[in-house]
Ligand binder design. Structure first.
Ligand code: ZN
Length: 515
C-alpha cells in the first residue's frame, strides 16, 4: 500500500472564501484540530499578505508540533524572508513557493517569457532552500500549461532543491482522465522526478475536484491538497474528508493509505463550519446532516434488517456519536470540565470559568444542555479575545406588534468602556436592532448577508446567527448564539464589528493569490 501525504489548506485557500475572516484564536483552534485529524502538512496562511496573517502563521508554527506547518510565498525574496520569520519555530519548517506557468498567466499577469519564469523559479527555490529544509514548488495553473515547458521547469526546480512539486488545477478546469495523463507524462518525462513528491491541488468549479484528486493519486501523486468541507475560493477546493473516506471505503480500487484519523472528521467539519460561518449543506457527502438519514420506507425496512443494505459509510466511522451526553442545572463544574475535554477542548482556568458561567446561565433557561450547545459555548469562549477593548451588549429591549412599528432600545459599552444607549425603529425587529446598533457604532455598517439556524433540536434550542457586514468598507463576518433569535442577531452583528477594530488591511493584490 503506497502512502499519500495529506496537505490541508483550510487556513489559507479555505480562508480565502468570500466573506470568511478568521481571527488568530480561531485559526489556532482549527490548527489544533487539524493536527488531531492527522494531516501531514498544514498551510497556515500567507505570511507576507498582512501583519495579522504573519502573526497567526507564527503562532500556529510555534504551537502545532505534530505536523509540518507551511506558508505561501510568491517567488520573491521579501515573501520568502517573511515566511521564514513566521515558520522557523515550527517542527518541520516548510515553504510553499509558487509562480504561474500557463501561457495566459505568464503573458497577462507576470508579463514574463517562459525562460524568465524558469529563471525566477530556480533562483527563488535555491534562495528558499538556504533557509527551509523542505521547499514545495507550485506551478500555478499547471493544468493549462504547456507540457514541454512544465517538464523543463520542474526538472530545473528539483535541481535547485524543491522536494515537492505541486501541479494545481487553479481554475477547476480539468477532468479525471486528463489530470491522470498529465501526472503520468510528468513522471515519464522529468528525468530527476524520483527526487521529488508529486502533489495534486484541485478546485471544484466543475464539481470534479475530488474525482480529479483521486485520479491524480492513481497516476502517481503522493500528496493531496484540499480543505475541510471543501471550502475555498469560488466553488471551493477538493474536500479532504470525502477523499479520505473514498480511499477507505473503496480500498479495493485505491491501494493507498493516509495518516488521517477518520473519527476526527465530524468534529473538524463542525469546527470549521461554525468558525467560518460556511454552513455545510444537508446533502453534502460524508458530513452533511442528511448523509446518514434514510427517509424512504423501503430503505428503512432494509436498514432495520441489516444496516449494510443501504449504508456504505457508518456514522461512527467519521466520528458521529449517537450516544449524546446531556448536562443539566445540577451538573457541576467537574462534570462540565470532563465533558469539555471529551469534546476536544483544552481550556485554561480562566476560559473554563467563563464557559462554565455561560453554561450555568443556559441551564436556567433550558432543561437539557446537549453536546451541540456545549460545543457552541466552548468554541465561543475559546476563540474570544479578552484582551482587546470592544463593543459589548449590556441590555436591549424590542417592542414588536403587528400594528406598531418595531422599536429597539439598546445599551452597549463601547471600546472606551463608556455605556451608550439609543433607540431606533425598523420594519422588523432585527432591522430595528441593527438600525440602533448602527447609530451606536462609530463606523459605516452595511449588512450583506444574514443566516439564522438552530443548534440542535427542540423548541428551546439555541439560535445561531451568522452575518456578513461591511464596516467602513471592510468585509467582516460574525456569529452569535443565544436562546433568543434577536439576542443572537445582536451578538452576531457586534462580533463582526469587533473583528474589524483591529484588522490590519490586507495588502492589495492578496485576493489574486489563487494557487
Ligand atoms: Zn487553490
Amino acid at each position: 500500500m503506497a502512502h499519500v501525504n495529506v496537505f490541508d489548506t483550510t487556513l489559507r485557500d479555505g480562508e480565502q472564501s468570500a466573506g470568511v475572516n478568521l481571527n488568530r484564536l480561531e485559526k489556532v483552534e482549527i490548527a489544533k484540530q487539524l493536527e488531531r485529524l492527522g494531516v501531514d502538512i498544514m498551510e497556515a496562511g500567507f505570511p507576507a499578505s498582512s501583519q495579522a496573517d504573519f502573526e497567526a502563521v507564527k503562532e500556529i508554527a510555534d504551537t502545532v508540533k505534530g505536523c509540518s506547518v507551511t506558508g505561501l510565498a510568491r517567488a520573491n525574496k521579501r515573501d520568502i524572508d517573511i515566511a521564514w520569520e513566521a515558520l522557523k519555530g515550527g517542527a518541520e519548517p516548510r515553504l510553499h513557493v509558487f509562480i504561474a506557468t500557463s501561457p495566459i498567466h505568464m503573458t497577462h499577469k507576470l508579463k514574463k517569457t517562459p525562460e524568465e519564469v524558469t529563471q525566477t523559479a530556480v533562483e527563488m527555490v535555491s534562495y528558499a532552500k538556504e533557509k527551509f529544509a523542505h521547499v514545495q514548488f507550485s506551478a500555478e495553473d499547471a493544468l493549462r500549461s504547456d507540457r514541454e515547458f512544465l517538464v523543463h521547469i520542474i526538472e530545473k526546480v528539483i535541481d535547485a532543491g524543491a522536494s515537492v512539486i505541486n501541479l494545481p488545477d487553479t481554475v477547476g478546469y480539468t477532468t479525471p482522465d486528463e489530470i491522470g495523463r498529465l501526472f503520468r507524462y510528468v513522471r515519464e518525462h522529468v528525468p530527476n522526478i524520483d527526487r521529488a513528491i508529486l502533489s495534486t491541488h484541485n478546485h471544484d468549479d466543475l464539481g470534479m475536484a475530488v474525482s480529479n484528486s483521486l485520479a491524480a493519486i492513481e497516476s502517481g501523486a503522493r500528496q493531496i491538497e484540499g480543505t475541510i468541507n471543501g471550502i475555498g475560493e469560488r466553488a471551493g477546493n477538493a474536500a479532504l474528508e470525502e477523499i479520505a473516506v473514498a480511499l477507505k471505503i473503496r480500498q479495493d480500487r485505491f491501494d493507498f493509505s493516509t495518516n488521517l484519523v477518520l473519527k476526527e472528521i465530524k468534529r473538524t467539519s463542525d469546527l470549521v463550519s461554525r468558525l467560518t460561518g460556511m454552513m455545510v449543506p444537508g446533502n453534502k457527502a460524508v458530513v452533511g446532516r442528511n448523509a446518514f438519514a434514510h427517509e424512504s420506507g423501503i430503505h428503512q425496512d432494509g436498514m432495520l434488517k441489516d444496516a449494510s443494505t443501504y449504508e456504505i459509510i457508518t456514522p461512527a466511522m467519521v466520528g458521529i456519536d449517537s450516544s449524546q451526553m446531556v448536562l443539566g442545572k445540577h451538573s457541576g463544574r467537574h462534570a462540565f470540565k470532563q465533558r469539555a475535554e471529551e469534546l476536544g477542548f483544552e481550556l485554561s482556568e480562566s476560559k473554563l470559568k467563563e464557559a462554565f458561567d455561560s453554561f450555568k446561565v443556559l441551564t436556567g433557561k433550558k432543561k437539557e444542555v446537549t453536546d451541540e450547545d456545549l460545543f457552541a459555548i466552548l468554541t465561543d469562549t475559546q476563540t474570544e479575545n479578552e484582551d482587546q477593548p470592544k463593543y459589548e451588549l449590556k441590555a436591549f429591549q424590542v417592542q414588536y406588534g403587528s400594528i406598531n412599528r418595531p422599536t429597539a432600545t439598546v445599551l452597549l459599552t463601547n471600546p472606551d468602556g463608556e455605556e451608550v444607549e439609543k433607540a431606533n425603529t425598523g420594519e422588523g425587529s432585527v432591522e430595528a436592532i441593527y438600525n440602533t446598533l448602527d447609530d451606536l457604532i462609530d463606523a459605516d455598517v452595511h449588512l450583506q448577508d444574514y443566516q439564522l439556524s438552530s443548534i440542535g433540536k427542540g423548541r428551546d434550542a439555541l439560535a445561531e446567527v451568522h452575518v456578513q457586514l461591511t464596516v467602513d468598507g471592510v468585509k467582516a463576518s460574525g456569529r452569535g448564539s443565544a436562546q433568543d433569535v434577536l439576542e443572537a442577531s445582536a451578538h452576531a452583528f457586534l462580533n463582526a464589528v469587533n473583528r474589524t477594530l483591529y484588522q490590519v488591511k490586507r495588502q492589495s493584490g492578496y485576493q489574486k493569490m489563487q494557487v
